[in-house]
Design a protein around this ligand. Structure first.
Ligand SMILES: [Zn+2]
Length: 615
């Protein structure tokens, strides 16, 4: 596994990034004053409310609230993971991403030689296909066009036990890389010294490179071109390849760059290639496994709608049932999960070949929503005409429904199932979630869950102190340079308080003083892993009345001074409210009064090094 990316590199990278150039290469930007604007790529709109600030290196949409840094944009728009976004951004700047030596003690360290080897072999396979008459004939018979073959980098492994080994395994290190990639297999016993210890895994197969979201070849899938077993053969699990995680075709889907609304999950790479060829360019396939929860989490990071497509035969039904089980924990409001069963004897490959894209996509309208599929599959397992059968149905459904997180979606699912067995959903809820109902002290119907969500989403905003902290943090987020204007004494005052907000502000300022940030984005990226970052992002997206750094610095210092005075004010008010004071308390109150008076009398920011607009 690759090691961690050093924080210092990420910091440096975000400081150097050019968000205008990055977003501009994907969305048409128009200059508007000091910023750039566009129609938002994250929601549908006719008048532009999407702004990109070169100064803050931050984008923000006033329509849908989307916002973030260059890295954040790559993650949202290109659907990359955080490390992938770093690689992409670094690539644009011509930088290599360094990796810290990870927990794995060296292990000859890098996976780069494996990616390289896979790519070299994939290119070799691809070069063989057009020159091998049998392979070419087979590809033609399967209806693959030249364009599709190129798009998916499809190749051919000749019927040889050592072609790959001979070509790529001259050196020990290369043989090791081939073996680590799963391209060659070690013999269990070697009788003679002349015999090589290894042989090729893939022979006489049409080869489909399996690529990650950046296009790096992780592994291969091979389809036998004549008779032979197994029909489909995949690379084994390797350092690069984890079946339960990868989706074949995702790279190609993303390359098509259509706005991605949904994904269709099919069973084989041939299905994916043929569907894309027909214009259904949102098809992906799992690789010889059922759809895993990890697959689903990846899918729902990209889109809110997924259609599972299965053959109508028994194996297809079984696979669908497994997919359903894994999909339930990911089911929730706003996500669409549907199941499409093809007529018996057809797979997507053959069907789209026969009827074309439009007719095939029409079938999607008839795909069963998860709730319908669940109800009908359960109904097949229990005879609903008897009370016993209905009870059995309820028993079968219970462990499945409990996989769904409580909320509107689960309530609707229960409503749907209750129809099948002619019970009220309240009764089903009671049967299934008795303990939950008791513990929470209320019924799990849609009404309370809606109100639950309301309470959760309301930001808890505290008293005046919180308001001051927010104000100060907002100033710093918009103008990170002003942190340098805060004096050591003021910092100490913040550090001394027991208010968590002030402590946070202290940490923020302290860090910036030691290590100034070039702009908002660099600051935000440094706090990426902290819970406070969501609030900071929101503040970065808010409009700012103050637009120059020197007035922002003055405002910040005045907020800090007020914050520092807070404990004094609180104690003062406490004593004032008490009325009957001891001598000591009376003396304390006098001191407090004096301190407050002095603080307020001070000409707002005291000599703290603020210069009215700089140098
Ligand atoms: Zn938007």
């Amino acid at each position: 596994m690759a090691g961690r990316i050093p924080q210092s590199f990420i910091d440096d990278l975000t400081a150097r990034a050019d968000i205008v150039e990055l977003i501009g290469s994907r969305v048409e930007l128009k200059k508007a004053g000091r910023e750039y604007r566009a129609c938002c790529p994250f929601h549908n709109e006719k008048t532009p409310s999407f702004w990109v600030s070169p100064v803050k290196q931050f984008y923000h949409c006033f329509g849908c609230g989307a916002h973030g840094t260059a890295l954040g944009f790559l993650m949202e728009y290109d659907k990359l993971s955080f490390p992938e976004a770093i690689e992409e951004l670094a690539g644009r700047l011509g930088l290599d991403v360094p990796r810290e030596a990870g927990s794995q003690p060296d292990n000859s360290g890098s996976t780069t030689p494996l990616y390289d080897m896979n790519l070299r072999v994939a290119k070799y396979f691809a070069s063989v296909l057009p020159n091998d008459a049998r392979a070419k004939e087979y590809a033609k018979k399967r209806g693959l066009t030249r364009e599709t073959i190129d798009k998916f980098m499809i190749g051919f492994a000749t019927n040889s036990w050592n072609e790959v080994l001979k070509r790529f395994g001259a050196k020990d290190a290369d043989r090791k890389a081939l073996a680590d990639c799963g391209l060659i297999i070690e013999r269990e016993r070697t009788d003679s010294r002349t015999l090589d210890r290894h042989y090729d895994r893939f022979r006489d197969r049409l080869m489909f490179p399996i690529r990650d979201s950046r296009g790096r070849v992780l592994a291969f899938g091979g389809r036998i071109i004549d008779q032979g077993e197994p029909k489909y053969l995949n690379s084994p699990e390797t350092m690069l390849f984890h079946k339960g995680r990868e989706l074949y075709g995702l790279y190609e889907v993303r390359q098509s760059r259509t706005t991605l609304r949904r994904l269709m999950v099919v069973e084989g790479y041939m299905d994916v290639a043929r569907l894309h060829q027909a214009g259904v360019n949102y098809a992906v396939a799992t690789l010889g496994t059922a759809t895993t929860p990890e697959h689903l989490r990846r899918i729902f990071k990209l889109v809110n709608e997924v259609v599972f497509c299965f053959d109508g035969d028994k194996a297809g039904r079984a696979a669908a049932w497994r997919a359903l089980g894994n999909a339930l924990p990911e089911a929730r409001d706003g996500r669409q999960i549907r199941f499409l069963f093809l007529p018996e004897g057809h797979d997507p490959d053959s069907l789209v070949g026969v009827e074309g894209r439009e007719a095939f996509e029409k079938r999607l309208d008839g795909a069963l929503p998860l709730s319908e599929y669940l109800a009908s599959a359960l109904a097949e397992q229990a005879d609903l005409s008897h009370a016993d059968g209905r009870a059995q149905f309820a028993e079968l459904a219970r462990p499945l429904v409990t996989k769904v997180a409580p909320g509107v979606y689960r309530d609707l699912l229960i409503d749907r199932l209750s129809e099948s067995i002619k019970l009220t959903s309240a009764r089903l809820n009671q049967l299934w979630f008795n303990e939950v109902t008791d513990a929470a002290g209320n019924h799990l119907t849609s009404a309370p869950s809606a109100s639950e969500r309301r309470t959760v989403s309301r930001p808890r905003d505290g008293g005046g102190g919180k308001g001051l902290v927010t104000k100060a943090v907002k100033l710093v987020v918009h103008f990170p340079a002003i942190a340098g204007k805060v004096s050591g004494a003021q910092l100490t005052q913040l550090e001394m308080t027991d208010d968590p907000g002030s402590r946070f502000l202290f940490e923020l300022l302290d860090q910036l003083q030691q290590d100034p940030a070039a702009h908002t984005a660099q600051l935000l990226e440094r706090w990426r892993d902290r819970p406070e970052v969501a609030r900071m992002h929101a503040l970065a997206g808010e409009e700012m009345l103050v637009i120059d750094e020197s007035s922002a610095a003055l405002d910040l210092i005045s907020a800090i001074e007020k914050l520092a005075l807070e404990p004094t004010m609180r104690r003062h008010d406490e004593l004032m409210a008490k009325g009957d004071l001891t001598d000591d308390e009376r003396a304390e109150l006098r001191d407090l009064n004096l301190a407050i008076h002095m603080a307020k009398a001070k000409p707002s920011p005291q000599g703290s090094g603020v210069t009215p607009q700089g140098q």
